[in-house]
Design a protein around this ligand. Structure first.
Ligand code: GDP
Length: 450
């Protein structure tokens, strides 16, 4: 049977060895039952195409059937020829693998065949609902295709994410009927102790020349968010009602915990937290507690030393001493940019917006696997991990498994963890090498499965 081209929109081709679940995925996406799903290797013999659609974007989905893997089928050559043609004309290739079985040599062969194709390749690790698949999905990062999407075609988990990614990769001219996605908003929490100048800062930002202000209801009745347009960005400042509410609690004993609780609530929803400090008073334990919340939730952080108008003309030595002390007090926020500003005079408040934008970008950055592995080679050549046991510990490769915050997995031959000082070293080097300022970085170590 010849491959049918429906002619609607871009072409997406499913590729993978037999029984990884291509047909199930095909049926799930097209809502059809064309491909025969049976557990016998190579049963989807024909390359078939069906029209499909995701969020208003039509495309044509092609299953290459049993073109990869052994097949006793006399029509095998024909199947291969059809499949090859389908791949050559594809806009996006979905490379489907079996998370339950992990990476096998046939996958490596397919990967090699796909490396030369001009289509964009998305990797889909199927059957991840199975407990045996747990952790194995990570092995596939080694093949160098990105992103690696974990899913379960049978139940539909992760299929939406896969489709988002597929549509995202369509050549722009081919995204028929698809509105280009709006710029994502950056949610900002302005946090800090009472009287440090949070609401003054908020007002200052909202008054800034390039901002358009509109108050929007937040998620609960007593929270109000403000939308601030800055250049092409949209910043949502969370819970402005909470920021503006003056003298929340009078009794000093309680004030402490309340601003931490308020901060935590805002931080949980934020991409970037601006921790406002009163420069005259310096940081306190409570500031450290709020900073800890940001670090724990994986939110980006900027330290705003406010009321700097009162600290001026004290000389460079003073600034150095001030910064040193603040850094010691907020030790685990060593990655957070520190700005000296004044909500009163507006000095350096434009810089704050720029910095927020940079941190938000860093927090969502995806480092290509190839760059990451060049990094691994360069770093381990000079500083290999310590080998406490009999076998030498080697980092084999690394992959970024998530953004917001950037999360990395380092695969080793034997070790399942590094000494914390080495982990810290890697995090710092990642930060330097890839410019990940202001965002927490998560790092995991895994032993490569045999
Ligand atoms: P919040 O409780 O953190 O929201 O603090 P407010 O914004 O209400 O500010 C507390 C006090 O500090 C007010 O009297 C402000 O006028 C003052 N303040 C805020 N920012 C600055 C600043 O940059 N410089 C100076 N000198 N005073 C400031």
């Amino acid at each position: 049977m010849a491959q049918k081209r429906s002619g609607t929109g871009p072409t997406v081709v499913l590729v993978g060895r037999p029984n990884v679940g291509k047909s199930t995925l095909f049926n799930r996406i097209t809502g059809s039952r064309r491909a025969i799903v049976t557990p016998v290797a190579g049963t989807t013999r024909d390359t078939i195409a069906q029209p499909a659609e995701w969020q208003g974007t039509p495309f044509s989905l092609v299953d290459t059937g049993g073109m990869f893997g052994a097949s006793g089928d006399p029509l095998h050559e024909l199947v291969i020829e059809h499949g090859r043609r389908a791949i050559a004309s594809a806009d996006v290739v979905v490379f489907v693998v079996d998370g339950r079985e992990g990476l096998v040599s046939a996958d490596e062969e397919i990967a090699a065949a796909l490396r030369g194709v001009k289509a964009s390749v998305v990797m889909a690790v199927n059957k991840t609902d199975d407990r045996r698949a747990r952790g194995r999905a990570l092995e596939f990062y080694r093949l160098g295709f990105e992103p690696v999407i974990e899913m379960a075609a049978e139940h539909g988990d992760g299929v939406g994410d896969l489709l988002d990614e597929i549509v995202h990769r369509f050549p722009t001219g081919r995204r028929d009927g698809h509105q280009s996605a709006p710029e994502p908003e950056t949610a900002i929490a302005i946090v800090g102790r009472p009287n440090v100048g949070k609401s003054s800062l908020l007002n200052r930002l909202l008054r800034a020349e390039r901002s358009i202000v509109s108050d929007l209801p937040g998620t609960t009745r007593d929270t109000v968010d403000a939308i601030l347009k800055w250049h092409k960005r949209t910043f949502r400042i969370l819970d402005t009602a909470g920021i503006r509410r003056p003298g929340r609690v009078a009794r000093s004993g309680q004030v402490e915990s309340i601003s931490v609780i308020v901060a935590r609530r805002a931080i949980e929803k934020a991409d970037v937290a601006v921790l406002v400090i009163d420069s005259v008073e310096g940081a306190t334990d409570q500031d450290a507690a709020i900073a800890g919340e940001a670090d724990k939730t994986g939110c980006g952080v900027i330290i705003a030393a406010n009321k700097w108008d009162l600290m001026k003309e004290r000389g460079a030595d003073f600034v150095k001493e001030f910064d040193g002390k603040l850094r010691r007090q907020l030790k685990f926020l060593d990655y957070a940019p520190l700005l000296h500003l004044s909500a009163l005079t507006g000095e350096r408040t434009p810089r704050l917006l720029e910095t927020i934008d940079k941190v938000a970008e860093a927090r969502n950055r995806r480092i290509p696997t190839s760059e990451l592995n060049r990094f691994v080679q360069a770093v381990t050549a000079v500083h290999p991990p310590a080998s406490p046991g009999r076998r030498e510990v080697r980092i084999l490769y690394a992959a970024q498994t998530a953004v917001a915050p950037p999360t990395f997995v380092f695969f080793t031959n034997v070790a399942t963890s590094f000494h914390f000082s080495y982990e810290r070293f890697l995090v710092n080097r990642l930060r330097e090498s890839f410019g990940l300022a202001g965002t927490p970085i998560r790092l995991h170590v895994r032993r490569r499965e045999k």
